[in-house]
Design a protein around this ligand. Structure first.
Ligand SMILES: [Zn+2]
Ligand SMILES: [Zn+2]
Length: 278
């Protein structure tokens, strides 16, 4: 049985087909799914879906990309953070806060006009990231960390505020393949999420070899990061059912049996999100 620790069933690509997509995933042995939020709306949607279905869990939070909203408008981020806090305090199927973090990628395809990474934006990302880590601690939830081209910034935040992450269960979702992040994860017992991009990234394949099995968790990041190349018509949307072939690929890379990988990564995910399933 497999556990998809990161799947955006709350995104538009899955409107009206959530049930079908979950049923197909179940048929390939995917038993549990965590749906991460990226802003207020997708967080609410994640909770809504999780409330209706067994073994489906939600995570709520503001993604660093969507911090742009607060830089460009007069909307107060404090107000949105209180909404996140309200959800955390009310709902038992929320297992984590996330995805939260720092993102220095310049997105071409974004709803925000003139998207650029500047000092103010990064400062605001950092404030909102830290505030959400504090919320995770307050409500005894785990945290799903999104890092894109920002390993140094994130490791600095953690090192400067060690108390923020003490006794907090964390995962570096879609982990950047860098030794310094791996070393930090091992030292601090932070889980590492691996996705379908291992099919086409040699660097990621080599990275997977080095991840200790006891820290490894599986994720699809569906509808993104399909294991299939962009030229194939089934590139979008990626689906949770593809977790199985991702798991098989990891077995091949790490030279371990499917049974061992499935059992260990599912146990890791349950530990990460403090849930017990059978
Ligand atoms: Zn992410
Ligand atoms: Zn994601």
């Amino acid at each position: 049985m497999l556990f998809d620790t990161h799947c955006h069933l709350n995104f538009k690509a899955f409107d009206n087909i959530v049930k079908k997509v979950i049923d197909e995933a179940k048929k390939t042995g995917i038993k549990n799914i965590v749906i991460p939020g990226t802003d207020i709306n997708t967080s609410k949607k994640a909770v809504e879906i999780a409330n209706k279905l067994e073994r489906i869990y939600a995570s709520v939070g503001i993604h660093p990309h969507h911090v742009k909203k607060y830089q460009l408008s007069n909307i107060n981020y404090q107000k949105d953070l209180s909404q996140i806090e309200k959800m955390l305090s009310e709902n038992k199927k929320i297992v984590a806060i996330g995805e939260i973090g720092i993102d220095k990628h310049t997105y071409q395809n974004t709803k925000y006009e003139s998207y650029q990474i500047d000092k103010n934006f990064l400062e605001l990302q950092k404030i909102i990231f830290i505030n959400q880590l504090k919320l995770a601690k307050k409500y005894k939830k785990s945290a799903i960390i999104h890092n894109r081209q920002a390993t140094d910034e994130i490791l600095k935040i953690f090192s400067d505020n060690q108390s923020l992450i003490d006794n907090l269960n964390l995962v570096f979702h879609c982990c950047e393949p860098q030794n310094k992040i791996l070393d930090f994860a091992i030292k601090n017992k932070i889980f590492i999420g691996v996705d379908g991009d291992i099919f086409y990234s040699k660097t990621k394949q080599n990275f997977v070899k080095k991840i200790p099995l006891e820290l490894l968790v599986l994720e699809t990041d569906a509808p993104f990061l399909s294991p299939f190349k962009k030229t194939k018509k089934d590139y979008f949307p990626n689906e949770p059912k593809n977790l199985k072939i991702i798991a098989e690929k990891i077995c091949e890379i790490k030279k371990i049996s499917f049974k061992k990988l499935a059992e260990t990564t599912t146990k890791n995910a349950e530990k990460l999100f403090k849930i017990k399933t059978n």
